[in-house]
Each structure stands twice: as C-alpha cells, then as structure tokens.
Design a binder for this molecule. Sequence first.
Ligand code: BG6
Ligand code: MG
Length: 218
Amino acid sequence: MTEIKACLFDMDGVIVDTARFHFKAWHRLADSLGIQFTEEDNEQLKGVSRVDSLEKILSWGNLMLNNTKKIELMDLKNKWYLEYVEEVNPSDMLPGVYEFLKELKAAGIRIGLGSSSKNSILILEKLGIYDLFDTIMDGNKIHMSKPHPEVFERGAAELGIPPEQIVVFEDAISGVDAALSGGFYCIGIGDSSVLSKAHAVVPDMKSMTIAKMVDLLH
Ligand code: BG6
Ligand code: MG
C-alpha cells in the first residue's frame, strides 16, 4: 500500500450527527406534501445535494412542480434544518473524530472536507474545528453531486495529492460510490451491509487512529 498523505471527510454523519436533522427536515417537508418515505428510503438521500434530494422525494410522490415552487420548498427545508442545528456545539462531534483529526494534524497528514452541504462552514464553525481543515470542498463549490466524484477530486487537487494517497471517510452509499469512482481509498462509517462497496467499514469513528486506518486498508 502506498503512503497515505491526506484524509477527506464527509461531514454529515461522519463528523457530526446532522444526518438525522436532514432526515427530520425532509420528512417534515414530505409530510406537508403528502409523500411518505422511510428511513430506509432516506439512505438514498444521504450525501445527495439539496436539489437532487428534493427531486427524489418529488419523484417518489409522483409530484411535478415548477422551479419557483421547488426553490420555495428547498428554502423551507433549509430553514427547518437550520433551526434544528441551531444548538449544535463541540459536544455534538461524533466520538473519536476530534482525537483522530488531532493525530492526523500532528503527523502531517493533510485534512480536507468533501461534503455536499452548503451549510458546511457554519457547522464546522459551530463544532470549533474549521481551522483544522487544509481544504474545504462543499456544495457551494461543486457542480455535480455525489455519487459524482467531483467533490473529492477537487479536494484532492487543492491539496495537490493524488487520489491513491488519500482516504475518504463516508457514511453514504452515494459518497462511497463517489470515492471509488475517483480512485480513492474509502472507509465506510456505519452499516457494513449498506456500505459494502467501501474498502473497509467500521460502525463509527470511535478509536480511529492512523494505525487502525492503515490496518483496515490492508
Ligand atoms: C449532505 C447530506 O452532506 O449534504 C445530505 O448528507 C444533504 O442529506 C446534503 O441533503 C446537502 O446539504 P445542505 O446543507 O446543502 O442542504
Ligand atoms: Mg454523510
């Protein structure tokens, strides 16, 4: 295995448990439209941009709406989401993440964010870890949502490190697909039956270390 020179982290569901707030806000919106969807359906929304998530929900409900209405619904979902994350603070960071980021920093392994969210800077600031990132690639900068690899490819380009020396940490099927099609190593965080395509899967970031990461990829 080649030397790992950088790690790219998805944010929602890997660094912080905001995935449940996205689900809660989409569920509330879908309810208001009379569209039902389950937590299992929600796996298909993880990692997917706001606009693509809305399109999927509308298609599940066979609902056709004009662009003005779609923008109104996305704004409403985001308003609710921002209310839910208002109280997010450093204690909401998922166990093991902070210690691992600090270990990477000390070892000179570069750290990047690869998130579909347009709210990523706000959340990283609330968590107090914005300054630990060498690059932030997010939904404000990219054109193609995961499973397209753009978010990770551009993160890698900003770091000046090739994908084969980078590990992506992902909790979403779309994110694992994005990492793999970009030629990155990928460690799935969550359910191994859902994220089975990743090079390795662990249930969470608890006790993640550089040694464990390298070991998982062997
Ligand atoms: C991803 C989440 O990180 O960001 C998705 O997994 C979310 O659930 C997407 O839809 C876009 O987020 P935002 O904050 O721009 O609406
Ligand atoms: Mg995620």
